[in-house]
Design a binder for this molecule. Sequence first.
Ligand code: TPP
Ligand code: MG
Length: 577
Amino acid sequence: MPAATRPAGHALVEALIEQGISTCFGVPGESYLAVLDGFHEHRERIRFVACRQEGGAAFMAEAQGKLSGRPGICFATRGPGATNASIGVHSAFQDSTPMILFVGQVASDQRDREAFQEIDYRQMFSPGTLGLAKWVAEVQSADRLPEYVARAFRTAMQGRPGPVVLALPEDMLTTRTAAPVLPRVEPVSAWPAPGALRDLRSMLLAAERPFVIAGGSGWTAESAAALQRFAENWQLPVGCAFRFQDCFDNRHPLYAGDVGIGINPRLAARIRDADLVIALGARLGEMTTGGYTLLEAPRPRQKLVHVHAGAEELGRVYAADLMMLASMDVAAKALESITAPPDLRWRAHAAAARADYEANQVAPTVAPLDMAVVVKTLQARLPEDTVWTNGAGNFSGWLHRYCRYPGLQHHGRTQLACTSGAMGYGLPAAVAASLLQPARTVVNLAGDGDFLMTGQELATATGYGAGRGSGPGAGPGAGRLLSVLVDNGTYGTIRMHQECEYPGRVSGSDLFNPDFAALARAYGWHGDFVDRTEQFEPALERWLASGKPGLLHLKLDANVSTSRTTLEAIRRQALQR
Ligand SMILES: Cc1ncc(C[n+]2csc(CCOP(=O)(O)OP(=O)(O)O)c2C)c(N)n1
Ligand SMILES: [Mg+2]
């Protein structure tokens, strides 16, 4: 009996279901109607969340990749859809997040004429170590579609994770095929070589002031727990790479702080002064290395051990003394098997690193609205497993400094933030988290510039019922979605740099802002306004009582929010160069 056929667009949806995907994000287009019809066909098992702009959809898919460790899925139409979505592909690349962007393509018999909205995606997303995508292909044959999808999943997850783009010619999607879907793909893990573990032990035994920087993607609950045991066995102080703050439990006595923008100066000094730095999973990018000053490129003063899942990443910037090709789901499990001697010389060094972190949590009171109190109040009032999201801007510094992210062995990922520094990421990431994990509370901290880049996704949240709570009996705030918007009337980060480099000559960084609380209410959200510290907690309680997703519009003086500590840190970095 001949095998049943269906359009390739349906086969694609079946393949996604087989890979464990139950939610996809996108903006519809006439270029992939056959796929949309496949979503209709399989609507009991998979949903297509229709977003308001492909930038928002791609950020949602990127957040899905961060949360699940499997590729987040975005669909976009040809030219205009693909160009809008490219911000999410770039972010997934810089953040090493598994993601697949499916993009419509003109029919095969129209190719290369610059047909309507035609782009050559293999050029546009051209892969490479500085490209936009990890792999890009155009699927010419309906019968081979399952092969391409399986390879896209593997490529997105295996080695250094990243984004894949598959272009789908319109006529290919409507061609009928009997090709069976291929089984679920699991990435192959790379284990550190036994010799490398012996070398690491020797380097640890010779060290006086070791320091661990953990980060990157591919961590699992088990491997984060193993990292904690490795750190405990050797009493190693641990910092987390820029925007990978949930790799190590921030409440743990060995946690020393975040190694990113606005780093605690005492932590920066400690890393500079370390004699051995073990970078676990972190790419050691510009933001994590203080502009390549904490660790000087290409040969740091400290002895450097670099453990990374991508062979191409090892030795690309830093000539590390020991390089280990290992994926983060298993690397720490191997490290915890290295036996430590009973007499470790650096116990006091580790305790001092923690004391510096605790001291940096205390800041002088700021009036009339104190953002340190805002972050601490949110964390005290909301569940421990709250997911925190942010985009780019000085406002994010308050979250990085004062939020104590639990290690991901406890609740999975709790930080969704782009190391790519893309403005507009936080709200879509929060909407995605809320839709994908409806029992979780999700808080987005946004800037006034940041928020309006993707603010239209408020409608997506309302339309799909995100953030309304997980029902009676759940704890306070469980399953709720909140955006806390810091309105300082300026692109504050840019203004700060202007004040440093062109004092008194503010140019292009002032903002005109709407009444954000009223805007949120227009979308069916709860909206409220706060401009004094003592108003914040009552406003939070009113949102909790509202039963709706909420937005708290915080009005802040522009000079306060060009955060002094950040300003000082940047000045210091500039001086060091
Ligand atoms: C998509 C994008 N465009 C531009 C920038 C450059 N940029 C970085 S921070 C920033 C200002 C952010 O302003 P806001 O969200 O108001 O935060 P604030 O710094 O005022 O706290 C800009 C324009 C960027 N990072 N991303
Ligand atoms: Mg601002």
